[in-house]
Design a protein around this ligand. Structure first.
Ligand SMILES: [Zn+2]
Length: 151
């Protein structure tokens, strides 16, 4: 999914989340964490928005695993769930960050690229509602934003 549409899907997930979850911290902090989390999966791509800024991480990650591999699987969620099992002051921060991360995978899940949920197994999972960069992609992203606003 294109960067702009990723942002729209993240905005939809953020709006939906802050309506129903009380993070007990200022809204602007929650939103920054959600949007930061949504950028993280593409850290495995040196020319992505975040990858360009952290080449010392993105280049080795891309070299070791390639793009849309381990960072687009269940493993980051397993790690987050483990981290959340320790209830600390950082728990709500990790939750907001994880929700942002989820929004990125959701966006890739609905595009034709799919995601390797059970990496290293290379089977790709997704519902393929649209082609990445295609005409339908922004319509679906805006549709999710509309749903998040009305529900
Ligand atoms: Zn991605």
């Amino acid at each position: 999914m294109m960067f702009r549409n990723h942002l729209i899907v993240t905005a939809a997930v953020a709006i939906f989340t802050v309506k129903y979850v009380n993070f007990a911290m200022p809204l602007w902090v929650v939103l920054i964490l959600i949007f930061a989390g949504s950028l993280l999966p593409d850290l495995d791509h040196p020319s992505s928005t975040i990858g360009k800024r952290f080449l010392f991480i993105s280049l080795p990650l891309a070299g070791l695993f390639g793009h849309r591999q381990i960072t687009h699987s269940v493993w980051p969620f397993v790690l987050t769930a483990w981290a959340l099992s320790y209830d600390t002051w950082a728990t709500p921060l990790a939750m907001a960050f994880g929700i942002g991360y989820f929004s990125h995978l959701l966006a890739d899940f609905i595009s034709d690229s799919g995601i390797p949920l059970f990496w290293p197994h290379q089977g790709r999972f997704g519902i393929k509602l649209c082609t990445s960069g295609g005409l339908l992609e922004p319509i679906i992203a805006l549709g999710l934003l509309w749903l998040a606003i009305i529900f």
